[in-house]
Design a protein around this ligand. Structure first.
Ligand SMILES: Cc1cc2nc3c(=O)[nH]c(=O)nc-3n(C[C@H](O)[C@H](O)[C@H](O)COP(=O)(O)OP(=O)(O)OC[C@H]3O[C@@H](n4cnc5c(N)ncnc54)[C@H](O)[C@@H]3O)c2cc1C
Length: 256
């Protein structure tokens, strides 16, 4: 690993002010540190968000559940507030990776990274999420822009995530047996005025599934498989298999 300067800011303002040159915010380090060690990412200034107070707070305000960017997956899974407000989200967090991953990984790091097989991005899209940052807010619909791409500008720091409280929410994934990342994962949220469905793992970036939303809203038959131009394919699963798995996960999430 190349030498780097470690900065421990005491506030969001200090963290963003410290961002210059080849800088990176450090959350749990689960993606960033391996990328630095393998030389995929050169970082000269590492800004540790663990020293910023208040970034892991969880609470309900009006019609949204707000989760601080530094909330660990284990913290979300075990939070009485999350379990009461959106129980399916607590179950999603409990299904991420393994105990070590859940002890270090954060919702902010997951959302900023936007891995095409990550679980939280699907929940954000289905739950009509808001990504609050040091510069303003992004609707989840505009935030996720394909594989590892987001609307974040350089030096823009996620402070918290707001999720609209649904009448019902469920997430079903077919996990890769080693990493637990989704080969296909489907999140379904029902609100008084809408049904929103999002898919992760099966495509090259998280997406809404409009055909499934229309079918659930109308009470009609659900699509058997995901029909999408950007299906993912790799040595773990080909495109047809992922499209089929998405259909199976949709049924499981809808039934749950
Ligand atoms: C073995 C293993 C298994 C995993 N399994 C799963 C799984 O089943 N499902 C799943 O969804 N995920 C899985 N993950 C991903 C994991 O849960 C983490 O969410 C992910 O690696 C990001 O890590 P982190 O939160 O530690 O962020 P970091 O690695 O610290 O940061 C990741 C990126 O986000 C940026 N960043 C971090 N926080 C912020 C912020 N607040 N604002 C702006 N930018 C920020 C960093 O600069 C960096 O570019 C797995 C990871 C590993 C290593």
């Amino acid at each position: 690993m190349q030498p780097f300067e470690l900065i421990r800011p005491a506030s969001v303002a200090e963290a963003t002010a410290a961002f210059r040159g080849d800088a990176a915010f450090l959350a749990g380090g689960h993606t960033l540190i391996p990328a630095m060690k393998s030389g995929l990412r050169a970082v000269e200034r590492l800004i540790d968000l663990g020293s910023v107070p208040g970034l892991a707070a969880i609470g309900v305000e009006s019609d949204r559940l707000w989760i601080g960017a530094m909330a660990r997956h284990a913290g979300v899974a075990g939070s009485p507030v999350v379990r009461s407000a959106i129980p399916g989200l607590a179950r999603l967090a409990a299904g991420i990776g393994d105990p070590q991953v859940r002890a270090r990984g954060t919702i902010g790091g997951s959302v900023a990274n936007n891995d095409p097989a990550a679980d939280y991005p699907a929940a954000l899209l289905a739950l009509d999420g808001i990504v609050e940052t040091s510069r303003g807010t992004h609707a989840a619909d505009d935030f996720f822009q394909g594989m590892f791409a987001t609307a974040l500008a350089d030096g823009e720091l996620i402070t918290r995530i707001g999720l609209r409280l649904p009448d019902r929410f469920a997430y079903a994934k077919f996990p890769h047996p080693a990493s637990r990342y989704a080969l296909a994962g489907v999140a379904v949220a029902r609100f008084a005025d809408a049904v929103r469905v999002a898919v992760t793992g099966a495509t090259t970036g998280v997406v809404r599934w409009q055909a499934a939303e229309a079918a659930l809203a109308a009470g009609g038959p659900l699509p058997e498989a995901l029909d999408h131009p950007d299906l993912a394919a790799d040595l773990h699963a080909d495109a047809d298999y992922r499209a089929h798995l998405a259909g199976v996960m949709l049924r499981r999430a809808a039934a749950a």
